[in-house]
Design a protein around this ligand. Structure first.
Ligand SMILES: Nc1ncnc2c1ncn2[C@@H]1O[C@H](COP(=O)(O)OP(=O)(O)O)[C@@H](O)[C@H]1O
Ligand SMILES: [Mg+2]
Length: 330
């Protein structure tokens, strides 16, 4: 088994939010105890509906925000004790909206070369050479080196963000909805580019999306998130063949939803949109679950290892099932 690059251990993050006029502030639990590892060379998908905590988890993993509890280890060492620049050299983000993540007043060449200027002591000529080489890798024409972000198309801007993430050869790249802000016609070009780069350089990615079809062809393993927890994690083929968690199944069915522009997959689970300010007791998915049993309202399921995956659902708990399968508790 290859080496672990990034690990989350019991990670939680809450926000204090306004409770409304004249009401006390309330705790919003965005990430509620996530354990997660990514090994070198792996592409791991993280999926779940809008608001389930994916971007919060991404920011925690990137060290952009401290966890309320738990810790993040990058190549075995807690990022909380690491130098900010060193963390940034080894773990790079690609965000959804390339326009807001690129400085509008800097030229494309300056933006792409920035990680080399702040993280290395390479000279100007060498930086310029690496910028040209990286622009070529991500399919940006050399002539845009002196252009500004507003002169580029959405797809080109995302190529700039990819070039900047890649230029100093990070250990892992965290892609948070890398194609969600792009025209449908450009989305697959960007995904293909990410996939080609991954294969060519053996890159390690965490690929975050609300859309399972985005991760299906790239990720070797997928984690499904619901209300701040990972409820199922499996090698991709197994998950797509037969998801164990009823929520994962509903998400898979939603791949066939005709209108991808809605941003939120139609899971056919009804209107009870999950609210992180009011997390249901027991299994947090029970109010929407087509298979809920009486005890799901009161008993929170523990993570269960099944084969090479994990599921958090009482349907699979040995003492809840008439015919236990090959489950073991971890
Ligand atoms: N800085 C913040 N302050 C308050 N609430 C936040 C903050 N960031 C995220 N949230 C809330 O945390 C929950 C998870 O958000 P997010 O991680 O962005 O989900 P996702 O990326 O899956 O759509 C949402 O309810 C969101 O409103
Ligand atoms: Mg998000």
């Amino acid at each position: 088994m290859s080496e672990t690059v990034l690990e989350a251990r019991g990670v939680r993050r809450s926000f204090s939010v306004s409770g409304g006029f004249m009401k006390p502030r309330r705790a919003l639990h965005a990430v509620r105890g996530v354990d997660f590892t990514i090994r070198r060379g792996e592409v791991v998908g993280l999926v779940g509906e809008s608001g389930c905590g994916k971007s919060t988890l991404a920011k925690l993993l990137l060290g952009l925000m401290p966890p309320s509890e738990g810790e993040i280890l990058l190549e075995g060492a807690p990022i909380s004790g690491q130098d900010r620049l060193e963390t940034a050299r080894r773990i790079q983000p690609i965000f959804q909206d390339p326009y807001s993540s690129l400085n509008p007043r800097k030229s494309i060449g300056t933006i792409i070369g920035l990680p080399l200027r702040v993280q290395t002591d390479l000279g100007g000529a060498e930086i310029a050479r690496r910028v040209t080489e990286t622009m070529d890798l991500v399919g940006l024409p050399a002539r845009v080196v002196d252009s500004y972000p507003n002169q580029l198309s959405g797809g080109q801007r995302q190529r700039v963000a990819i070039a900047r993430a890649l230029i100093n050869r990070p250990s892992i790249i965290i892609c948070d909805e890398p194609t969600s802000a792009l025209d449908v016609s450009v989305q697959s070009q960007i995904l293909n580019l990410l996939q080609d780069l991954q294969r060519e350089f053996g890159l390690t990615y965490l690929l975050i999306s609300h859309d399972l079809s985005v991760v299906e062809h790239m990720a070797s393993r997928v984690a499904v998130m619901y209300l701040g927890r990972i409820v199922e994690e499996r090698p991709t083929a197994g998950l797509f063949a037969e998801a164990r968690h009823p929520y994962a199944r509903a998400l898979l069915d939603s791949v066939l939803t005709p209108d991808p522009s809605l941003g939120i997959p139609d899971t056919h689970l009804g209107a009870a949109f999950p609210n992180p300010l009011e997390i249901p007791a027991g299994c947090s998915f029970h109010p929407r679950c087509p298979k809920a049993m009486p005890r799901c309202c009161t008993v929170a399921p523990d993570p269960l290892r099944i084969g090479d995956g994990m599921v958090e659902c009482l349907l699979h708990a040995p003492d809840q099932h008439d015919e236990p399968e090959e489950e073991t508790t971890r």
